[in-house]
Design a protein around this ligand. Sequence first.
Ligand SMILES: [Zn+2]
Length: 69
Amino acid sequence: MPDFDSDLKSFSEIQLPKSIQNMPRCEWCDKPLPKRHVTHVNLQQDPPEHKFCSRLCKEKWCANAGKKK
Ligand SMILES: [Zn+2]
């Protein structure tokens, strides 16, 4: 038997460094957030706070948020 399982395992264990994982990202375009970013708070949503890199991304996200379901 080739050692296929362990290959798969090591592949799935590759993870991004914590600093990158925890970096907040724009919820629309997935870019890392700049220092000056845009937030959208809607307490009726979970999570209530959404972050975007620009006002344009927030507007696009808002325009599509209601269409997802
Ligand atoms: Zn963005």
